[in-house]
Design a binder for this molecule. Structure first.
Ligand SMILES: CC(C)(COP(=O)(O)OP(=O)(O)OC[C@H]1O[C@@H](n2cnc3c(N)ncnc32)[C@H](O)[C@@H]1OP(=O)(O)O)[C@@H](O)C(=O)NCCC(=O)NCCS
Length: 161
């Protein structure tokens, strides 16, 4: 398994992994699949200061992780938010934790100070890998989302780099 910075030609593979979660899970609060052009813009935004990394097995993209700006207001510029997605058939083998650790190392190299993670509260695997990577739970946002006809809580985690 190799990790490398995302490339524009990884757009379709990562879009497919992401959109399965949009349609079938509460891992993301998006409610409709990301379009091709929209996701290409997302990839482009993660080629530089806010990087995304992909895990590849041969030519197959098996997962990705990214850091994104946390808030638009300028005093938040040293804070980022992470995301991590592993294709369903590749979970439970340590890949999510490896991807998260890699993107955190890059966040440190890029000079960011704080990483936030906002995880739907029942997503125990995601909370677990964040805690393993040194995040602390700093709060719960109750019934802040709604998807598939139910209220969703968000567990907020933070790591100081
Ligand atoms: C969350 C996700 C990235 C984890 O990826 P993964 O490759 O399965 O993660 P890993 O194999 O590195 O680690 C999973 C850990 O969670 C633990 N885990 C799995 N299910 C769990 C559960 N129900 N309760 C507690 N821990 C659980 C595993 O035991 C493992 O921990 P360990 O290595 O200490 O034993 C993956 O499940 C995924 O892509 N889910 C859908 C998208 C998503 O939820 N992304 C996060 C959005 S915030």
């Amino acid at each position: 398994m190799d990790l490398r910075i995302i490339r524009p030609d990884d757009a379709e593979a990562t879009r497919k992994i992401y959109n399965i979660e949009v349609m079938t899970s509460t891992a993301t609060f998006d409610l409709r699949p990301r379009g091709q052009a929209e996701h290409e813009r997302w990839v482009e935004a993660h080629l530089g200061a806010h990087p995304a990394v992909v895990a590849v097995e041969g030519t197959v993209v098996t997962g990705f992780a990214a850091i994104s700006p946390y808030r638009a207001r300028p005093a938040y510029a040293t804070t980022v938010e992470d995301s991590v997605y592993v294709a369903a058939g590749w979970r439970g083998r340590g890949l999510g934790a490896v991807l998260l650790a890699d993107v955190l190392r890059r966040a440190t190299e890029h000079g960011f100070h704080t990483v936030m993670a906002r995880v739907e509260a029942t997503n125990a695997a995601s909370v677990h890998i964040h805690e393993r990577c040194g995040f602390d739970v700093v709060g719960t946002e109750r019934q802040i989302g709604r998807k598939f006809g139910r209220w969703l809580d968000v567990t907020v985690l933070q790591k100081l780099l």
